[in-house]
Write a protein that binds this ligand. Structure first.
Ligand code: NAP
Length: 304
């Protein structure tokens, strides 16, 4: 029986783990991939306090991981299939058949990129369709690429991709971008970035690899073809909640509903970071929500 299990080793899960293990509460973090979550998809983080010159997403993730391990926390690699309840006991069933039991569960499983669900997308993943510029950008040296989306991620990725690509076409469904002003300015001042607004992708064309896109103007419905070698899809996030088994309450989009103590509707189950419904999705907010979840998880344990 574990005291606390945290699902997810992004900034919120690691920060909850640091708080708890420093207070000598045995803590296990379960992580599907590498610790760091979406920080690993960010080249340079410039708005996390304490790093005047910015810090790479990889280094910040690795520092948080080391800080957690220094206090005796444990990390297990694996994927949670579903959670169940047995009275106060929380049961975590892993995809490999392992079953773990705990008094307190903190869900910090983050979010993943949404798909466009258009023709050609699924077939051409890894053949020019990508959801991560940091991972795949270098394959597009001197090529033409498109980025879909008008949020912070789409703008950051477009700017990053200009290091490799000849041209980056930013395709967004509205004329107004959602991204922060400073990112919009930087993208507009970059000669390699060309804005294609307001358009949606109707189809990704290509047999063995991406060869082009069919785009539709969302105002006058004009159809155009765009020749590109790659497309980076940055059209928002969906919460990673497949395993919650209807136990914790979510909103209509699947984001977990918590109160200001990061408590869900189930006593002893907390949630924090990008998996929760909230108004600001940043590394700093995720980290602080992890601390809050850990603080109230400790209070819950004291009263058991
Ligand atoms: P986001 O802010 O939700 O933006 C998603 C973008 O994709 C929007 O422009 C949206 O269009 C568009 N979109 C959604 N569905 C689409 C579809 N089916 N077809 C075409 N376009 C579609 O997502 P994000 O950029 O991944 O950012 C997620 C969160 O992380 C945000 O809160 C963001 O502020 C934060 N973040 C912050 C930083 C930073 O501070 N440097 C960096 C990255 C992310 P509409 O605008 O029309 O809805």
């Amino acid at each position: 029986m574990e005291k606390v299990i945290i699902i997810g080793a992004g900034p919120s899960g690691l920060s909850a783990g640091i708080f708890l293990s420093r207070d000598k509460i045995p803590t296990l973090i379960i992580e599907k991939f590498s610790p760091g979550g979406n920080m690993l998809l960010t080249e340079i983080i410039e708005n996390y306090p304490g790093f005047p010159d910015g810090i790479s997403g990889f280094t910040l993730a690795d520092n948080m991981r080391k800080q957690y391990l220094r206090f005796g926390g444990e990390i297990k690699t694996g994927e949670v299939e579903k959670i169940e309840l047995n009275g106060n006991e929380k049961i975590v069933k892993m995809k490999n058949g392992e079953i773990l039991k705990t008094d307190v569960l903190i869900i910090a499983s983050g979010s993943s990129r949404k798909k466009l669900s258009v023709k050609g997308e699924e077939e051409l993943v890894g053949k020019g369709v990508s959801y991560c510029a940091i991972c795949d950008g270098a394959f597009f040296k001197n090529k033409e690429v498109a980025v879909v989306g008008g949020g912070d991620s789409a703008l950051e990725e477009s700017i990053y991709l200009t290091r490799f690509a000849n041209s980056v076409y930013l395709i967004h469904r509205r004329e107004k971008l959602r991204a922060k002003k400073y990112l919009q300015e930087e993208a507009k001042n970059n000669k390699k970035i060309k804005f294609i607004l307001p358009y949606i992708v109707k189809e990704i064309k290509g047999k063995e690899k991406v060869e082009g896109l069919v785009l539709e103007n969302t105002l006058n419905h004009e159809i155009i073809d765009l020749k590109v070698d790659g497309i980076f899809i940055s059209a928002g996030q969906k919460p990673n909640t497949d395993f919650i088994n209807g136990i914790v309450k979510t909103d209509n989009n699947g984001f977990i509903i918590v109160n200001e103590k990061m408590e869900t509707n189930i006593p002893g189950i907390f949630a924090c970071g990008d998996v929760i419904k909230k108004s600001l999705y940043q590394i700093i907010t995720a980290a602080s929500e992890g601390m809050i979840a850990a603080f109230f998880a400790e209070k819950y344990l004291e009263n058991l």
